[in-house]
Every structure is written in structure tokens, then in C-alpha cells.
Design a protein around this ligand. Structure first.
Ligand SMILES: Nc1ncnc2c1ncn2[C@@H]1O[C@H](COP(=O)(O)OP(=O)(O)OP(=O)(O)O)[C@@H](O)[C@H]1O
Length: 231
């Protein structure tokens, strides 16, 4: 068996008395597309935040590319997140005062790439995603779908090995959500990037190859979409 890109071993996480994750084991292979589903409050976002290094679990380990990321200092985890992971959130979270190309260049500049080089890479990524016309536009002047495509470009600009997405189409109508998912999935597949996505929407999960169902803080089922659709 090939070594997984990321693996979580028996992770638990509580908020005070609320146990959000209990003994979760999960592996993610390079290039894999994985949807996390489950009822509201079941622990999906907490799992995504633990895997992506935003939170550290209370117990258990998370391994990524030869490192135990759950034991890294905050500064090292934060650098790792910027350099190796991409993030797409429900509302894009672009900075309104910056044009698209500067938003996309930000993760590069924050990890030390010069402004001119970061902007050149941002332009190349926007062009690759068919977003040349959006380069100089401010997020507030774009439609929700255009802004979300720019957010996808920002997540991809560092050539991350994993993109973490939390309800990436949650604020979009169905047709626009479909276009954003098509762009996201086609691009991650072309670049051999893994996608780990939380969604409530079975149609959106249908873009992924694997479905992990969380219930009451535990992995209830972990199978391919094909297996899930047969049951
Ligand atoms: N900051 C917090 N403080 C206290 N409890 C929290 C906090 N964040 C989450 N929780 C609780 O932890 C549990 C898991 O929450 P989490 O947000 O991970 O679930 P979720 O499956 O993503 O929910 P949703 O689908 O509604 O976004 C829930 O009981 C929630 O109320």
C-alpha cells in the first residue's frame, strides 16, 4: 500500500463539555477527492479544521508528509497551511479592497515570494482557470460565482497538495455551484491535488470519489461514492 499523504490517528476534540470528535481515524491519499457529510453538529467542520491544522486535536496525531502536524508550533503550522494547503470557504473570504489578482497573490506574498513574482503567478493561475477578465476587478463588483472562482484560484496558486473546502457552493445557486465544482474538481484532478470538502449537499458530494459520513463525532461510514450510491 502507498503511504498516505495525510493520516489522522484516533483524534478527539472537545469544546468544554461538548465532545465534537471521538477517536477519528482517517487517511487521505495524494490526489484523492473526499467529501465529508453528516448531520448538523456532527463534527464535520471540527474535523476539517483539525486536518488542516487550524485546530490541534486534544489527543491523537495527524501526520502529513513525514511530519506530525498536530505537534508543530503555531507558527510552523501556520506556515505549513499557507505553503502546502489551499482553502475555499462558503463565502470566498476575499479581501474586498484588493483586486482579484492581489487576492490570489496573497498566499504567496505571505510565504515570502516577492510581490512582482507573486502577481505574475497569480495572473498565470487566473489565466489557467479562464479568469483573465476578472484579474483587475474588485470582489464587490463580481457575482458570487465569479468571486468563488477567484477564491478557487487563490487556493490553487501555491500548488498545494491538499485543498480544504467548507461548503464551497453553500452561498451559490445550483447552476453556479455546479460551475464552481466543475472548475475545482477538474483543476485538482489535473494537478494531482487532494480535495477534502465538507458539504450538506449530496449533489456537491457527488463530485468526489470518496464519501466519509460523520455522526456524533465518529466516522460512521467511509466508502467510495459508487459504494454509497448502491446502498
Ligand atoms: N467554538 C465552539 N464552542 C463550543 N461548541 C462548539 C464550537 N464549535 C463547535 N461546537 C460544537 O461542536 C459540535 C461539532 O460542531 P461542528 O461545527 O464541527 O459540526 P458540523 O457537523 O460542522 O455542524 P454544521 O453542519 O452545523 O456546520 C457541535 O455540537 C457544536 O455545537
Amino acid at each position: 500500500m502507498t503511504t498516505p499523504l495525510m493520516s489522522a490517528h484516533s483524534i478527539t476534540k472537545s469544546y468544554g463539555r461538548v465532545v465534537a470528535l471521538r477517536d477519528v481515524d482517517l487517511t487521505i491519499a495524494a490526489g484523492q477527492t473526499l467529501a465529508i457529510m453528516g448531520p448538523s453538529g456532527s463534527g464535520k467542520s471540527t474535523l476539517l479544521h483539525c486536518l488542516s491544522g487550524v485546530f490541534t486535536p486534544d489527543s491523537g496525531d495527524i501526520h502529513y508528509d513525514g511530519q506530525v502536524i498536530s505537534s508543530l508550533s503555531d507558527a510552523k503550522r501556520s506556515h505549513l497551511r499557507l505553503a502546502r494547503f489551499g482553502f475555499v470557504f462558503q463565502d470566498g473570504q476575499l479581501l474586498d479592497e484588493l483586486p482579484a489578482r492581489e487576492n490570489v497573490a496573497l498566499p504567496l506574498m505571505l510565504t515570502g515570494t516577492s510581490r512582482s513574482r507573486a502577481l505574475a503567478q497569480a495572473d498565470a493561475t487566473l489565466a489557467r482557470l479562464g479568469l483573465n477578465d476578472e484579474r483587475k476587478r474588485l470582489p464587490g463588483d463580481m457575482s458570487g460565482g465569479q468571486a468563488q472562482r477567484v477564491a478557487v484560484a487563490r487556493a490553487l496558486v501555491t500548488n498545494p497538495s491538499i485543498i480544504f473546502a467548507d461548503e464551497p457552493t453553500g452561498a451559490l445557486d445550483q447552476a453556479t455551484g455546479h460551475e464552481v465544482m466543475q472548475l475545482l474538481v477538474q483543476t485538482v484532478e489535473m494537478s494531482d491535488t487532494a480535495l477534502v470538502m465538507v458539504t450538506h449537499d449530496a449533489n456537491v458530494a457527488g463530485w468526489c470519489h470518496r464519501l466519509v459520513e460523520i455522526r456524533d463525532g465518529r466516522v460512521h461510514a467511509d466508502r467510495t461514492l459508487k459504494e454509497a450510491s448502491r446502498s
